[in-house]
Design a protein around this ligand. Structure first.
Ligand SMILES: Cc1cc2nc3c(=O)[nH]c(=O)nc-3n(C[C@H](O)[C@H](O)[C@H](O)COP(=O)(O)OP(=O)(O)OC[C@H]3O[C@@H](n4cnc5c(N)ncnc54)[C@H](O)[C@@H]3O)c2cc1C
Ligand SMILES: NC(=O)c1ccc[n+]([C@@H]2O[C@H](COP(=O)([O-])OP(=O)(O)OC[C@H]3O[C@@H](n4cnc5c(N)ncnc54)[C@H](O)[C@@H]3O)[C@@H](O)[C@H]2O)c1
Length: 461
């Protein structure tokens, strides 16, 4: 008899696993309370990156006259372009609906049974949804997370917003105060500034994007300042509606007034009240599900993937954890999760892409490494495209030349990191990277050159 698998949550942690399991012959039921694609598609990744795409194109369009582009009547193309926020958000919603619908179609065609509703565990081998009880051999919990609410800074959905509530705005906020300078805060602050809002970014850490490579975060901090963003250090103690605007008070008494406030202060997992602990699934003190590298929880037969585990809140990691769980359940070859291979991207303009170990991790592990950093501005293709900023940084082992990690700050850096991601995943050396042809002229020429600079004389390559 085919093994029965019940998956709770239709985000990347859940739906990718469902596709793998059903193809491997399992009888798969996926329970989702909101919409397929999860928060990744409905409220987080897809909508934010769609708005950011408009901000990026607007920036490019604003440089048109510099590149010799004129109106047909010979006039200059205005630099102070603006956006129709209602149309931007209508496009976001259409894309979200389409992508969620595509995922549903794919799951249904493959043979996954989809059940709408809120699921809870009844012991490790049963999931209850409304009146229905699903007996199962294995459960995958992929219930995700939701925006954290700071007491005294509660969102009202109109002026004080979480990132899930930004898409009903018909007009550009006049002055957006963004609280939190992690990836979410930085991406939105950067995008809204480019779209034309006045933006104040409240950073509780000593720098914006504190978890990114220090050179990359310093670069973006400068870019933000140059674009006229106000950066304020401190923690928000309270946010209140005042007339048509908001008043944000920091713990040190500083007051910031704006038209809207975006709270980007992290997430909490959706793990309470769904029978987890009763079923033997251990949570940590933040409510995150404890898992091992093959996605097993502390309850036999119960697996977990994605943001509810807090392992690394990325859609790609969620999907990998889900696929690993299914391979384990179904007796397929299992490769445990290896976070040292993960590639990530901060979708600011320019983007910050990174793969493998950071310099801080290399130092902490006591590894011998060398760094090669090259500015992108010297790259011929960058000059042609009018790119004047950014860099490529590669970390290689001092003796063997093995590529440990890399950081790229550039327009579309998320696309350019892939060759270095291959190098990290397959333990290639800087000479291997430098030996592969790149197109001339291309931005990846700088990737190759940065690797070539780490070549040690007397060795091949
Ligand atoms: C603003 C923002 C931008 C981001 N951008 C990126 C990005 O560019 N790239 C990237 O890799 N990551 C990005 N992330 C992170 C990414 O969104 C998450 O890592 C990803 O969504 C995790 O997937 P998941 O499957 O764990 O959970 P989710 O996508 O959150 O899906 C969980 C699903 O479970 C459902 N659910 C919860 N409880 C139950 C229940 N009891 N019964 C039934 N269903 C339930 C929910 O309705 C939800 O649909 C971003 C995050 C934010 C906040
Ligand atoms: N491009 C992407 O892939 C992408 C985009 C967004 C989020 N994500 C994922 O989501 C994770 C979480 O990112 P995030 O930015 O949502 O959360 P985060 O927890 O990384 O950042 C929240 C920030 O808010 C600050 N903060 C908390 N309380 C505050 C207060 N009262 N006042 C001021 N600041 C306060 C915290 O110190 C922190 O710096 C990321 O690590 C990333 O994995 C990824």
């Amino acid at each position: 008899m085919s093994p029965r698998v019940v998956i709770v949550g239709g985000g990347p942690g859940g739906y990718e696993a469902a596709l793998v399991a059903v193809k491997a012959g399992a009888e798969v039921t996926l329970v989702e309370r909101h919409g397929l694609g999860g928060n990744a598609v409905l409220t987080d990744v897809v909508p934010s990156k769609t708005v950011i795409a408009t901000a990026e194109w607007l920036t490019i369009a604003g440089r048109a006259s510099e590149l010799g582009i004129r109106r047909r009547d010979g006039g200059e193309i205005a630099r102070d372009l603006t956006v129709d926020m209602a149309q931007v958000n209508a496009r976001v919603k259409a894309l979200v609906r389409k992508q969620s619908g595509d995922i549903r179609t794919r799951l249904e065609r493959t043979g996954v049974r989809i059940v709408a509703g809120e699921a809870r565990l009844d012991g490790p081998h049963a999931v209850v949804v409304g009146d229905e009880r699903l007996e199962t051999d294995a459960v995958l919990l992929a219930v995700g997370a939701r925006p954290r609410v700071v007491p005294g800074c509660e969102p009202d959905g109109e002026r004080i917003l979480t990132w899930t509530q930004l898409y009903d705005l018909d007009e550009l906020p006049e002055h957006l105060v963004v609280v939190g300078s992690g990836v979410t805060g930085a991406e939105f602050a950067g995008a809204y500034r480019l779209l034309g809002s006045e933006v104040t970014l409240v950073a509780s850490k000593d720098r914006v994007l504190a978890r990114e490579d220090p050179d990359a975060s310093a670069h973006l901090t400068q870019v933000f300042k140059d674009r006229g963003m106000h950066l304020v250090g401190g923690r928000a103690a309270s946010v209140a509606r005042v007339g048509d605007g908001v008043r944000v008070e920091l713990e040190d008494g500083t007051v910031i007034e704006g038209s809207h406030c975006l709270m980007a202060v992290g997430s909490v997992p959706n793990t309470e009240g769904i029978g987890l602990e009763e079923a033997g699934v251990e949570l940590d003190d933040r409510g995150l599900i404890r898992v091992d590298r093959v996605s097993r929880t502390t309850a036999r037969g119960v697996y977990a993937a994605g943001d509810c585990t807090g392992v690394l809140p990325l859609a790609s990691v969620a999907a990998t954890q889900g696929r690993i769980a299914m391979a384990h359940v179904l007796g397929d070859a299992v490769t445990p999760l290896d976070l040292s291979l993960v590639a990530s991207n901060v979708f600011t303009v320019p983007e910050i892409a990174a793969v493998g170990a950071s310099e801080a991790e290399l130092k902490a592990r006591g590894l011998f490494y060398e760094v090669s950093t090259l500015d992108l501005a010297r790259n011929p293709r960058a000059k042609m495209l009018g790119i004047e900023e950014g860099f490529v940084k590669v970390f290689g082992h001092t003796v063997t030349g093995q590529v440990f990690g890399a950081v790229i700050v550039a327009p579309r850096a998320g696309e350019h990191i892939y060759p270095l991601s291959l190098a990290v995943a397959h333990h290639l050396t800087v000479d291997d990277v430098a030996a592969a042809f790149t197109v001339y002229p291309s931005l990846t020429g700088t990737v190759s050159e940065a690797a070539r600079r780490l070549h040690r004389m007397g060795e091949q390559g």
